[in-house]
Design a protein around this ligand. Structure first.
Ligand SMILES: [Zn+2]
Length: 109
């Protein structure tokens, strides 16, 4: 099977460590391109990874939120599931920066 991304090489079968949110979920069978390192998991393997992520409590942490007003600034409401996961406290300092035209990154310091 040729790499669909770079189209320069065939995929190799390999065991790949899957890390999500800095937590290793284990090693899984994958197809890896030796040129561009594109990594593909079969559907059944993706399902296994999903189960491991659920067991680790890190599956589906994304939530929809709304921006509120605060003077001339906007507030970002952080959903409770993320507050709990990151153990955030009121008054903690964070760095907020845009990483794309529609993306904001918040790093707790
Ligand atoms: Zn490739």
């Amino acid at each position: 099977m040729k790499c669909y991304k770079c189209e320069k090489a065939e995929f190799n079968e390999k065991k790949v460590e899957f890390i999500q949110l800095g937590i290793s979920l284990g090693k899984f069978d994958a197809f890896v391109c030796p040129v561009c390192e594109e990594t593909v998991f079969e559907g059944s393997v993706s399902k296994k990874i999903e189960i491991k992520a659920k067991e680790a409590g890190i599956w589906g942490l994304a939530r929809k939120t709304r921006l509120g007003t605060s003077g001339s600034s906007l507030d970002v409401k952080v959903p409770k599931v993320i507050v709990d996961f990151l153990n955030l406290k009121k008054g903690q300092e964070a760095i907020i920066e845009p990483t794309a035209k529609n993306k904001i990154q918040i790093t707790v310091v």
